[in-house]
Design a protein around this ligand. Sequence first.
Ligand SMILES: Cc1ncc(COP(=O)(O)O)c(C=O)c1O
Length: 317
Amino acid sequence: MTTGAEALENAVKIARHYTKRSGVIAFHGGFHGRTLLTMGMTGKIAPYKEGFGPFPGDIYHVPFPVPYQGIDTAYSLRQLEKLFKTDISPSSVAAIVIEPIQGEGGFYAAPLELMQKLRALCDEHGIVLVFDEVQTGFGRTGKTFASEHFDVQPDIITVAKALAGGYPLSGIIGKSDIMDSPAPGGLGGTYGGSPVGCAAALAVLDELESKNLNARAGEIGGRLYQALVDIKTRQPWLPVNHIRHKGAMIAFDFVTGEEPEPSLIAPFVKACRDNGLILLPCGQFGNAIRLLPPLTVESDILDEAIEIIEKSLLNLV
Ligand SMILES: Cc1ncc(COP(=O)(O)O)c(C=O)c1O
């Protein structure tokens, strides 16, 4: 496979074939791709879904816990139980799909209790649990897979992005009885398993191991996190809040009071870009900035980025 979306499509196809059920449950704020099925699974309207519907049926969403936005794990789980009563019986659900740490949704980590409960519910009802690690996989969070932070085993993991260091390659890792369900030819595509992509992926795996990039992700994340906290401590009036990181997935939100402040994103991103630093916004309210440096970044480049961020923040207010 070549894209993350294709990996997610195939994860759902496999889960449906294996369970002989059709329902899919995903989460508000989640992002799974831009094909029709994965747009349907994505839990954010603008810019991903607006104007592109209708979407495939039998896909349901429940709230993803973000405690400071008033949604805790107990609430999410109550909504899931309610969904089972009002919209779809658990015996009709093929897969529950979740990012262990939401990417486009705002770099919010799923709480351990949620992951444990999802595992238990999937076991109870014969549902396939899919962790979408397209953004979190291969060292980004300080472990090869973000799932390892939870000690909860999914049935299927989807991978792409860092897998082949930018070459178009994606994949699915799963339990063999589930993965072997579709017949040969049921999954595939002209460019699946491109030899160049596979060679790149093997080189990435060697680099990850020989340079100990999992540990480096932890260092990068710790350094950027601390730098952002220091900037905020020195200038407490800056509208920067909820600084967070898991390994080298680092983010902060623009807020005034407790309200999201998306209007600051465009000028901030532009100011950083004008000074040579490319940043991507994210978040359900479009008010979060994420930092995703390469795991091979040199420390002096990180220092330069921190300077640009501080300067651009100070010019904003
Ligand atoms: C968690 C997650 N899933 C799926 C995708 C889709 O991957 P692709 O853009 O390669 O189709 C992305 C891309 O950002 C992602 O972050």
